[in-house]
Design a protein around this ligand. Structure first.
Ligand SMILES: [Zn+2]
Length: 261
């Protein structure tokens, strides 16, 4: 295992955010679906989200991000099995934690500004998930006591006023090391379902939204692909036919404008 100091020296600017012992190839990953464009339909091709993608979006690797990854993997395994995660069709509930909240939003497509990322601090390290089209709901919770009480106590204490600058700089260093030791010794050596327990819910009482607005880039998610041939920038139609006349007739209809029927 390389040390943090060695990582900083030997790994380039594109790589250092993930310590070398955090290996994307063996960490959980997520297959996701999204719509094709701002007004587009659902793209049937899945994309793969790696932990390194979450780290770049969140800003740092941390124990909270990885506990969120373990929780989400356990949750999606129960909810969707091998099927990809349709990020145009989900609402997520999380604690208002910087780390858990970012993982929840990134992997589900839930967003506070559209009312599809709701907050409930009583959830602790866990998530609730609702499939918007069906209303089905699931929940995942971290096993009580899995994360050490001493680190939890320091997480709160290090946010309070009153410690000297000298104490803070020493304690933060030890605290971060304790978090990573726990990740290496307890999280990475366990499967997501070992300590993150997921199940379907009969009913989900949602917390109130922070804000509600129509998410316009998912409105057309269920529109089908053209039957006869593909759009000029749509590669997902099987066996596309080059039919310039038909494409020209679509373009003519478009050129006519939306309000000139
Ligand atoms: Zn974090």
């Amino acid at each position: 295992m390389t040390s943090v100091a060695e990582d900083n020296v030997t790994r380039g600017p594109e790589k250092w955010a993930m310590a070398s012992w955090l290996d994307d190839e063996v960490l959980p990953r997520f297959e996701v679906l999204d719509t094709r464009s701002a007004q587009g339909r659902l793209d049937i091709r899945a994309k793969t989200v790696f932990v390194s993608d979450l780290v770049l979006a969140h800003g740092h690797a941390c124990d909270g991000l990885l506990r969120g990854v373990w929780a989400m993997r356990a949750l999606f395994d129960v909810a969707f099995g091998d099927a990809p995660i349709d990020r145009s069709d989900l609402l997520v509930v999380s604690k208002n934690s910087p780390c858990l909240g970012d993982v929840g939003a990134y992997l589900t497509g839930g967003r506070a500004r559209f009312g599809t990322h709701r907050l409930d601090d009583t959830l602790g390290v866990g998530y609730q998930l609702q499939q918007l089209s069906s209303g089905r709901a699931w929940q995942v919770r971290e096993e009580s006591g899995f994360f050490p009480a001493l680190i939890v106590a320091w997480e709160a204490a290090l946010l309070r006023e009153g410690l000297s600058e000298g104490d803070m700089s020493e304690l933060l260093a030890v605290h971060e090391a304790a978090q990573w030791d726990w990740v290496r010794e307890h999280l990475l050596t366990s499967a997501p379902e070992d300590h993150y327990f997921a199940r379907e819910l009969e009913h989900l009482e949602l917390p109130a939204p922070l804000y509600e607005a129509r998410r316009s880039d998912t409105v057309n998610r269920l529109v089908q692909a053209p039957v006869t041939l593909s759009g000029p920038d749509d590669p997902t139609v099987i066996n596309p036919v080059a039919d310039e006349r038909t494409l020209a007739s679509w373009a003519a209809r478009y050129q006519h404008g939306p309000d000139n029927d």
